[in-house]
Each structure stands twice: as structure tokens, then as C-alpha cells.
Design a protein around this ligand. Structure first.
Ligand SMILES: [Zn+2]
Length: 64
């Protein structure tokens, strides 16, 4: 019996990228902006958008 070493799952995970909060317009806009920046090859803008996303405050539950 050969002991199989643990193989890491091949999941593409972008390193430490905050995800937009569902239903948040600001997050959605930032996410779009980030994707656009990524498409145009602007890593600095991508970082800024990620940072803004991470810093965007949210209430835990907000239902009207
Ligand atoms: Zn937000």
C-alpha cells in the first residue's frame, strides 16, 4: 500500500480578495470596477477596489 499524500484541490482562489456583499450597491460597483481594472491590467486599481470592499461597513442583518 502506498500512502497517498494529500493533494491540494485545484480550486482557483484569488489571494485574499474580499467578495462584494450581496445586495450592496457600493460593493457591486466596486466589484465591477475591480473586474474592469483587472481586464485592463491595472493591479493597483484592483487592489484599491479590494481594499475599499474590505473596508465597506455593513450591518449584520438588514431587512426592511
Ligand atoms: Zn458594501
Amino acid at each position: 500500500m502506498t500512502s497517498s499524500s494529500l493533494t491540494a484541490p485545484a480550486i482557483h482562489v484569488p489571494a485574499l480578495e474580499p467578495v462584494p456583499v450581496d445586495g450592496c450597491d457600493v460593493c457591486g460597483a466596486l466589484s465591477r470596477q475591480r473586474e474592469a481594472a483587472r481586464a485592463t491590467g491595472s493591479p493597483i486599481t484592483v487592489r484599491q477596489c479590494s481594499q475599499e470592499l474590505a473596508n465597506h461597513p455593513h450591518r449584520k442583518t438588514e431587512r426592511a
